[in-house]
Design a protein around this ligand. Structure first.
Ligand code: FE2
Length: 279
C-alpha cells in the first residue's frame, strides 16, 4: 500500500502523513458513536483528570486498570475543587481509553479495517497486535497540552515495537492543537520509561538531555488523514486555544513476538489480538 517514497519518508523522519486515508463518512460514524458513549457516561463515576503535565492520574486505579476497559478521563479545568463539572459533559472529556477497539463493536470494526492491517504489514509487522486505543477530544478552550514524549516510554516492548496510528476525525491545525514532531528523533532513543512501581507508577529517566524542540515541525492535517508515528519519535501537541474541537482516534500496535514487560502501566486480563482474530 505504501510507496517506496512514503516508506523512505517514514524511515527518515519517524513520521508519515497519509492524507485521505479514511473516508469522511467513517470519521463521522466514529464521532457519532462516541457521542452516544459520552451521553451514556455517568460523570459521577470518576473525577480522574488526564494531564501529561500533572500526571496525578498515574496513581489512580481508574487509570491503572483501564488497559482492557472503556474509561473516560476529564480535561484539567473541567471540574471545580468539589469535583463538579464546570463545562457541559460533552466538552469536559479529555479522552476515552484504552480498549475501545476490543469492547465497542463500532470501534472494533473501525480499528480492524483492512487499511490499518495493510499499513502494519507494510511497516514490517509479522504478528501485529492492537494494544491500545484512545479517542482524544482536545476540547475547544480547555483541551490541554500533551507534553513532548515518545510512545515507547509508555508502551514499552523488548525490542521496541510500538507504532501509533493517529486518525484525524476533524481538521487539525496549529490553532486547534495539531501534532508536532521532531524529525529523525526516533534515532535518539527514549528519554524515559513510565512504568508501574508499587501501587502506582514512576517515570524512570534514562537520558537527562531534554528534547531540543528547535527543529519541531507541525503536522496540520485534514479530516480523514492518518499520521503514522514511530514508537521512538518525539511528538507534542499544544493546548487547543481555538473555539473548535480537534477530535482524533489513536491506535497503538505492537509486535506479538516482542516481550511485553509485566511492569508496563497498561496491563490486560485478556491477551491482545490482531487485525483478523475473532474474539
Ligand atoms: Fe503519543
Amino acid at each position: 500500500m505504501l510507496s517506496e517514497e512514503q516508506l523512505a519518508t517514514y524511515r527518515d523522519d519517524g513520521v508519515l502523513v497519509i492524507p485521505n486515508a479514511i473516508p469522511e463518512a467513517s470519521c463521522d460514524a466514529l464521532r457519532a458513536r462516541m457521542d452516544e458513549l459520552v451521553a451514556g457516561f455517568d460523570p459521577k463515576m470518576t473525577s480522574t483528570v488526564f494531564s501529561t503535565t500533572e500526571v496525578s492520574h498515574g496513581n489512580e486505579d481508574w487509570f491503572l486498570s483501564s488497559g482492557d476497559k472503556v474509561r473516560f478521563f476529564f480535561e484539567d479545568g473541567a471540574l471545580d475543587d468539589n469535583g463538579v463539572l464546570v463545562v457541559p459533559l460533552d466538552q469536559a472529556i479529555n479522552k476515552v481509553g484504552h480498549a475501545l477497539h476490543d469492547l465497542d463493536p463500532v470501534f472494533d470494526a473501525f480499528s480492524r479495517q483492512s487499511f490499518f492491517a495493510d499499513l502494519a504489514a507494510d511497516l514490517g509487522y509479522v504478528d501485529p497486535r492492537l494494544l491500545q486505543s484512545m479517542y482524544i477530544f482536545k476540547q475547544p478552550g480547555i483541551g490541554g497540552e500533551v507534553s513532548w514524549h515518545c510512545d515507547h516510554t509508555f508502551l514499552w516492548t523488548e525490542p521496541l515495537s510500538v507504532t501509533g496510528f493517529w486518525v484525524a476525525l476533524e481538521d487539525a491545525d496549529e490553532e486547534n492543537g495539531c501534532l508536532w514532531f521532531l524529525p529523525a528523533s526516533h534515532n535518539l532513543g527514549p528519554k524515559s520509561r513510565f512504568r508501574r512501581h508499587g501501587s502506582g507508577t514512576v517515570t524512570e529517566v534514562l537520558d537527562h538531555t531534554p528534547y531540543d524542540a528547535q527543529g519541531a515541525r507541525p503536522v496540520p492535517v485534514s479530516k480523514g488523514a492518518v499520521v503514522v508515528l514511530h514508537g521512538a519519535v518525539a511528538h507534542w501537541s499544544a493546548p487547543n486555544r481555538s473555539a473548535r474541537s480537534r477530535h482524533a482516534y489513536t491506535l497503538h500496535i505492537i509486535e506479538g513476538t516482542a516481550e511485553y514487560p509485566a511492569d508496563n502501566w497498561l496491563q490486560r486480563e485478556v491477551a491482545t489480538t490482531g487485525f483478523t482474530q475473532i474474539r
